[in-house]
Design a binder for this molecule. Structure first.
Ligand SMILES: [Ca+2]
Ligand SMILES: [Ca+2]
Length: 442
């Protein structure tokens, strides 16, 4: 084979492989004609009214621009395609499961599918009668597939929306199992009252609907209980789904999305479909309704008293300290609010008795050591000499007051008392007063 021929054939091969093999329904929007033009209605009990007379009876249908043309009691409105085009309007019949719409002119299978490829079939529907008020009077549309697997959603029955919702799109993703497939619509509702609806814009498109993830959750009954639950619910994409639930370093994976026996905590819920599609994970926090609270971390000055406290837990319980705190004794460590005097930063742990509906909790008390004020020593003076007032701010910026008052006739030790509230020790300074030597005698 010549090189040019080889590359020509290769180009053709690449071109075909890049084509997304879609499947196009003929006349899915009903603009090209009635029964037998791209679709077939031949179910027992269905009769096409053409032209419509405005007085339909059960089982009549029309390809028309306004439901009122089929029955003057129906709700007036346009089609879905443009608002002024045609739609299939149906006064539902009383034959259970009677075939209402089939995807080809002859009622046979539609060709052009690629086995193993994913497609989405969809249609638009609305109710056209004010007699449609509940499930008993809503059309119950069943989609019947042949040569399709992994149909998603799994349930292929769908009630027509209530009239107030107008046009609603119904979609199913499936994997073609052959190069042809049959898709039919049936109505399971046999009510004479209501059961009046319009269909428009049938379509088959390559690929799946966008994958989505929602969730429900149940909080555990107690902080220590393993009875919380999280359920992930997927939609769109390609079945089956794989769900994963991660917390800390552990991850649980399953196909159902149901995760039970969970303790309170923060979880990350994820989904992946069979085609590898994912969505942003959902953060789920399971709270225990009656969790305990301990008082907030605190900072104190060394030697000062402070209270530990807890609410939300029944007696009995136990406080412990790390490092050990001599002020937390067997006399107060089972109290709800023991007074402690830690000398160094300490972590206190609250432990409820096993089996109580409460959790262990910890809190920190940060202990600041006391600062010692420093001063420049005042030099010795002669008795009677002036002694300057002592500074009310230490060299290391601690404010306070001195006592007793300055005495320039005797050596005196003065005490500096830091301003109340400062985390500082007292300080002293002795000022030496030298007596004046007696005048030398002649
Ligand atoms: Ca239309
Ligand atoms: Ca009816």
């Amino acid at each position: 084979m010549k090189n040019s021929t080889f590359y020509f054939l290769l180009l053709i091969l690449i071109s075909f492989s890049n084509i997304v093999l879609g499947q196009t329904l003929t006349n899915g929007n009903f603009e090209s004609g009635g029964n037998g033009i791209g679709f077939l209605i031949n179910g027992i009990g269905y009769t096409q009214i053409n032209p419509p007379t405005g007085s339909s009876s059960t089982g009549n249908y029309a390809i028309t621009t306004n439901p009122q043309l089929l029955n003057s009691n129906f709700i007036s409105g346009g089609d879905h395609t443009t608002g002024s085009g045609k739609m299939l309007v149906v006064d539902g019949n009383t034959t259970p499961g009677s075939r209402l719409w089939s995807c080809t002119s002859t009622g046979g299978a539609l060709t052009g599918f690629t086995a193993g490829s994913i497609y989405t079939f969809s249609y638009w529907i609305k109710s056209v009668s004010n007699d449609v008020t509940n499930n008993a009077t809503q059309a119950n549309i069943n989609v019947f597939f042949v040569n399709a697997s992994n149909v998603n959603p799994v349930s292929t029955n769908n009630y027509a929306p209530l009239p107030s919702l107008g046009w609603v799109r119904v979609s199913y993703t499936f994997t073609a199992t052959s190069n042809n497939a049959l898709i039919e619509i049936r109505n399971n509702n046999t009510s004479i009252l209501g059961n009046d609806f319009a269909l428009d814009d049938f379509a088959i498109t390559p690929g799946a609907l966008q994958l989505t993830l929602t969730r429900t959750s149940t909080n555990p009954s107690c902080p220590t209980s393993l009875d919380g639950a999280i359920t992930g619910v997927g939609a769109g994409g390609v079945l089956p789904y794989t769900f994963s639930l991660a917390t800390g370093t552990s991850t649980i994976v399953n196909f159902s999305g149901v995760f039970s026996n969970l303790i309170a905590g923060t979880y990350t819920l994820s989904i992946q479909d069979a085609a590898g599609a994912v969505v942003a994970p959902i953060l789920v926090v399971l709270n225990s309704s009656n969790d305990i609270t301990v008082n907030a971390p605190a900072t104190i000055c060394a030697g000062s008293p402070t209270n530990l406290s807890v609410t939300g837990s029944a007696d009995p319980y136990l406080w412990t300290a790390n490092p050990p705190d001599l002020s937390l004794t067997t006399a107060n460590n089972t109290s709800a609010s023991p007074t402690v005097r830690p000398t160094t930063t300490t972590t206190y742990t609250f432990t409820p008795t096993a089996g109580l509906c409460a959790n262990t909790a910890t809190m920190n008390i940060t202990v600041n050591p006391k600062t010692t004020p420093t001063f420049t020593q005042v030099a010795a003076v002669c008795s009677g000499a002036t002694i300057a007032a002592l500074p009310t701010t230490s060299n290391n910026s601690i404010t306070g007051t001195w006592s007793p008052t300055i005495n320039n006739t005797a050596t005196t030790t003065y005490t500096f008392t830091p301003t109340a509230g400062l985390c500082a020790n007292t300080a002293t300074m002795t000022i030496t007063v030298n007596p004046i030597a007696a005048a030398p005698t002649a």
